[in-house]
Design a binder for this molecule. Structure first.
Ligand SMILES: Nc1ncnc2c1ncn2[C@@H]1O[C@H](COP(=O)(O)OP(=O)(O)OP(=O)(O)O)[C@@H](O)[C@H]1O
Ligand SMILES: [Mg+2]
Length: 273
């Protein structure tokens, strides 16, 4: 089972879009996929066509998993159209309070890992909030790997050091298996001059990290760049994945290719960049 946190404390980089559409693509390919919404914005939940304010969601969600000790398997909802292969643990806005409510709980960073013990799937994908707080820490403690969505624009690399430090700290203290497996460029515009510069900087950085104890020592830059595509921005308001909403769009192509690349990586077949 691969347990992947989509993590970048920077906002609006493509974490939720990637969680939803990579999850849908893997499920379409026949894999059993569990998605976990750890963001109080509940964007992932909405994107999958589930109302965060529906009674069933209010009764069973990731907030209750963390604060009431409900096993994660008990809050999973089927995403429509996937015949049980794609499930989500939804979020509600109350989740924002968990950071404060859990502040004095011993073992608060390991709650999700404990509560998710019964989860069985080929892939677990976690949508993190844009912060380095307790919710993201819980994702990193449960994860076996991290994928970092990144936008290739000015200041894109600002904050990366903090991100690497956080992953390194969790690995050292609580989760020795954790590593950054890939950097994914989202909202990619190949025509922009800056794009080439930023991708170059990331490649150089990763080349320097190889063979060291850096948490990104084994990370690749995904060959798939998710291009900026308006259909990807429209799909969430219809509660659909890109494959349902616009199956012939560039967005569907890109997330389909990404899923193949992620699956290949699991077999050890990914060519290092
Ligand atoms: N490739 C793309 N092309 C066009 N729009 C995109 C693309 N990827 C994401 N978007 C849009 O950009 C916005 C931010 O994306 P998304 O919500 O996935 O980022 P995020 O990292 O989850 O944000 P947050 O940090 O707020 O949770 C959304 O409106 C989304 O629909
Ligand atoms: Mg998000």
């Amino acid at each position: 089972m691969r347990i992947i946190a989509l993590f970048n404390q920077k906002g609006g980089v493509g974490k939720t879009t990637t969680t939803a559409n990579l999850g849908a693509a893997l499920a379409d390919a026949g894999k059993r996929v569990v998605l976990i919404d750890l963001d109080p914005q509940a964007n992932l939940t909405t994107h999958l066509g589930i109302d965060p304010d529906a009674d069933s969601t209010l009764a069973a969600n990731t907030y209750r998993v963390l604060t009431d000790g409900i096993p994660l398997v008990e809050v999973l909802q089927d995403v429509e159209g996937f015949e049980g292969r794609l499930k989500v643990a939804p979020a509600v806005s109350d989740l924002a309070a968990a950071e404060v409510e859990l502040v004095s709980v011993v073992g608060r960073e390991t709650l999700l890992r404990k509560m998710a013990a019964g989860v069985k799937a080929d892939y677990v994908l976690m949508d993190c909030p844009p912060s380095l707080g307790l919710l993201s820490l819980n994702a990193l403690v449960y994860a076996t790997e991290v994928i970092v969505p990144l936008q290739a624009h000015f200041l894109a690399l600002q904050g990366m050091e903090k991100l690497f430090d956080t992953v390194g700290m969790v690995r050292q203290a609580l989760n020795p298996k954790l590593h950054i497996s890939g950097i994914l460029f989202c909202q990619y515009e190949s025509a922009a001059k800056l794009t080439g510069e930023v991708t170059g900087e990331v490649e150089t950085f990763l080349a320097q990290a190889r063979g060291t104890s850096h948490p990104a020592a084994e990370a690749v830059v995904f060959r798939t760049h998710v291009r900026r595509n308006i259909k990807l921005a429209e799909a969430p308001s219809f509660g659909k994945s890109i494959f349902d909403y616009a199956p012939t769009s560039a967005g569907a192509d890109d997330y389909g290719n990404l899923a193949a690349e992620v699956a290949e990586m699991g077999k050890g077949g990914h060519a290092k960049a």
